[in-house]
Design a protein around this ligand. Structure first.
Ligand code: GRF
Length: 200
């Protein structure tokens, strides 16, 4: 199965995915990396790995749907059956979500539905929770909503800094995202009534 990864920034999750594909831990083909930021470091990682990239500037498009339609054209050309959001900081249009219903995964650095939004790690840290974590979920029209695929807890260590917590959360992300992607490409994920069934 062909899949694409969407990025906007550093791309540490992209790197974990590239490595997992190489090691055979994801039995799918990563054929395209899409970015809405032309200078994203993640694009460099893709190029180094010899993966095709598509970097589009939203400013060159009349609106969200026009941007997404340009992306969809490329996805169709490459016969993409799964879209993996990995630090993609842009909201997808309803048109995109309808076109790829139950075929878009996202990773979020909290135990959803807690701490939605762009600053989940800092928000959890500042709230003083003892436990936070990582969620992989399908993308729906609801921001950071959508059926949960995998979750893993991360305990907040007394006295640690937000940076230390962040580092440990990223380590968990890099381990569980490839796992979720592999489950999808092997046809092991089924969305039924807004819940994900993992077929083993
Ligand atoms: C990750 O923390 C991910 O959970 C969130 O954005 C961050 C992306 O980091 N959605 P990177 O670009 O993969 O390093």
């Amino acid at each position: 199965m062909n899949f694409a990864v969407f990025v906007s920034g550093y791309g540490s999750n992209l790197q974990a995915i590239i490595d997992a594909v190489r090691q055979g831990a994801i039995k799918g083909r990563l054929v395209l990396v899409v970015s809405d930021k032309k200078d994203a470091y993640a694009l460099e990682r893709a190029r180094k790995a010899g993966i095709k990239t598509l970097a589009l500037d939203p400013k060159d498009f009349a609106g969200r749907e026009e941007f997404d339609k340009a992306v969809i054209r490329q996805l169709q050309k490459e016969k993409i059956e799964l879209v993996v959001l990995a630090g993609f900081m842009r909201i997808l249009s309803e048109h995109f979500i309808r076109t790829y219903r139950d075929k878009v995964l996202n990773i979020h650095p909290s135990l959803l539905p807690q701490f939605k939004g762009a600053h989940a790690i800092k928000d959890a840290f500042e709230a003083g929770v003892k436990t936070t974590g990582v969620t992989v979920h399908f993308v729906t029209e609801e921001l950071d909503g959508g059926p949960v695929v995998l979750q893993e807890k991360v305990e907040v260590t007394p006295g640690e800094s937000v940076e230390q917590l962040e580092e440990r959360i990223h380590k968990v992300e890099h381990r569980i995202y490839p796992k979720a992607i592999d489950l999808f490409v092997r046809g092991k994920l089924k969305v039924i009534g807004g819940r994900v069934e993992v077929l083993l």
